[in-house]
Design a protein around this ligand. Sequence first.
Ligand code: TYD
Length: 206
Amino acid sequence: MFITLEGPEGSGKTRQISLLAEALLQQGYPILVTREPGGTPIGDQIRSVLFDLKNTDMRPHTEILLFQASRAQLVEQVIRPRLANGGIVLCDRYADSTLAYQGYGHQVDMDELKTIVFFATGGLKPDLTLLLDVDTEVGLRRKLDADEWNRLDAYDLEFHRRVRQGYLQMARSEPQRWVVIDAVRPPEAVQAAILKVVLARLKVKV
Ligand code: TYD
């Protein structure tokens, strides 16, 4: 089973994914946790190019293709083999991040993006996607306070609002795959909500 976590800046995804993995491992589920961009040695090198604050010259198409290059490597090297062995993969961001950030956020043509995302993933889609939803200003404030600011965060507020609305729209249009989690609540409440959803799905699927 392939599970992805998505969300705008400051939604607490990264912390929540490790709490989820820990809880599932304790219950004996064979979990593999990975993230995007990165998750492989090649992907991690691509990640450092993407996030380097010096790379202010990076063009939108370059950025899009680098995300897809990292993703293609992760899908082939890690995700597909693990799923083929009956494992459970938890991924911190995946193809929907490209649609949310580059599509809704930067307003790159959606059909073109879907074509290159399909090329990168070979059409592999998550079975379940959790959207950790947080108000844009609350999320950005959390990132600033945590001192986790990178090149890609430095876009304006309207951009981040479009990203959030894009996520909510994708969730509405494919409700069998997406579950929206209110991530403004305290981390323990978010954690409990996520675990409940995931365990319910695993009981049906595994
Ligand atoms: P990261 O440092 O991993 O933080 P987080 O996932 O907690 O936000 O940053 C990932 C950044 O990359 C984030 O700003 C979203 C962006 N991104 C895209 O714009 N497109 C993509 O396809 C992916 C995977 C990420």
